[in-house]
Design a protein around this ligand. Structure first.
Ligand code: SF4
Length: 262
């Protein structure tokens, strides 16, 4: 079975399931639409075969070095996540939320823990009021949402907005690792303690208070930890100052001038 045949079978299963649930509209981001519009690539002898199934330990089947564009490869991950049942979070999913933004080696990829309720409805990351605060952080750094990439460790919404569990983040992490491999951001900013735990695969149990503002690496990509905009501390000036201090470290690493304060 070819790589694409497995993906299309998964898509058909997913759409059939949604139809049985009464869903009549599936939101698709621009990357997914482009991928659906593109001719299917012919399988080659060197292509890596699909390995995704609900029993696999690794959900992601991206192929490095193939001829697919970044958009196609990201769309493929989005399609896989949309039908994924590798952890219990799929049960609360209306839309999977693979993330959105600039996929072409952006300066920054922001990574939260899991989608919010509004994200679950729209299929886009950080579209609720926490996203408004994140917008301010992005703007203060001199960027727009279109300049950077936004995603989460988990691609599905937790029941009643609960925090993702470690095993759920572990199950979903391969999707993110593949996205990072494709997108190739210059810096990753982890938002909040849960994202920090998910990204370090719980190798750090020191908590955000100690991790915040610290540099490490995820593979070869510099990774820094700061507050999630949903953290209630972010309403307080001291935490805002600390978060801005973290973001200035990122700008310094990227050799970007501090934008004028408005
Ligand atoms: S959160 Fe990730 S691993 Fe869990 S069901 Fe959704 S896509 Fe699959």
């Amino acid at each position: 079975m070819s790589d694409w045949t497995a993906t299309i079978d998964a898509l058909i299963d997913y759409l059939s399931y949604q139809q049985e649930c009464g869903v009549r509209m599936i939101p698709l981001d621009i990357a997914a639409l482009r991928a659906l519009d593109a001719p299917l690539p012919r399988p080659t002898a060197t292509a890596t075969p699909a390995t995704h199934s609900t029993t696999d330990s690794s959900p992601v089947t991206t192929t490095t070095g193939d001829t697919s564009s970044r958009h196609d490869r990201l769309a493929k991950i989005a399609i896989q996540a949309a039908s994924c049942e590798l952890c219990p979070l799929w049960q609360g999913r209306t839309c999977s939320v693979p993330g959105q933004g600039n996929p072409n080696s952006p300066d920054i990829m922001f990574v939260g823990d899991s989608p919010a309720a509004a994200d679950n409805q729209s299929g886009n990351a950080f579209v609720d009021k926490d996203g408004d605060l994140l917008n301010k952080m992005i703007k203060a750094m001199g960027y727009t949402r279109d300049d950077i990439f936004l995603t989460n460790v988990c691609k599905c919404y937790g029941p009643n907005g609960r925090r993702p569990k470690l095993n759920e983040m572990r199950a979903c992490l391969p999707y993110l690792i593949s996205q990072i491999d494709i997108i190739n951001p210059k810096v990753i900013i982890a938002l909040g303690a849960d994202a920090a735990m998910g990204l370090t695969n719980a190798q750090n149990s020191t908590g955000l208070a100690k991790l915040r503002g610290q540099w490490t690496r995820l593979g070869s990509t510099p990774l820094i930890f700061t507050y999630h905009p949903k953290n209630k501390l972010m309403a307080l000036p001291p935490a805002k100052r600390e978060a801005w201090h973290d973001l200035k470290k990122v700008l310094a690493l990227l050799r970007r001038p501090l934008p004028p304060r408005t």
